[in-house]
Design a protein around this ligand. Sequence first.
Ligand code: FNR
Length: 171
Amino acid sequence: MRILGIAGSVRRGSHNRRLLRAAGDSLPSGAQLVEWEGLGGLPIFDEDMELDPPVPVQDFLDEIERADAILIATPEYNASVPGGLKNALDWASRPFPENVLKDKPAAVIGASTGLFGAVWAQAEVRKALKASGAHVLENELPVGLADGAFDVDGSLADPELDSRLGDLLGD
Ligand code: FNR
């Protein structure tokens, strides 16, 4: 099983990229996480181009199509989804309804440096994915206080969160 991992941050040292990697290390056997690196290279969504998208967008759509499922690790910006990630989801949602997200299994996790672990952003990403036709897990994984949330080996320091991550990936 090929899972496309999408981190909603392009920042060096992103906690959400670390979270995605922790998820990759917790996958059941037979599943493989492939990290998508193209978020920062996508142009802004343009409906005039959706039927003949630019190469970086087409590459992204092909990656989603090849994947059996997608896993998104989102930061929260101003109580919402970071614009770059929303832009990527908007490209992936078109042309509607025969888009690459249609019927695609998807799950969302998230980390923030605040207390609440990007729960609002995770809820909004789930909403956008559902609106695009994906099959979205309702579970969330709120990794708060992300500066101290990871052990040196990259795993989640909190055993309860670590076990929730394993449960979510098992679903
Ligand atoms: C933030 N951050 C933040 N955190 C949060 O819990 N709720 C929020 O609404 C916001 N808003 C916000 C806006 C902007 C513009 C920035 C840059 C940051 C803090 C955020 O959680 C923190 O920067 C994370 O480390 C971002 O994720 P990555 O880049 O580490 O993956």
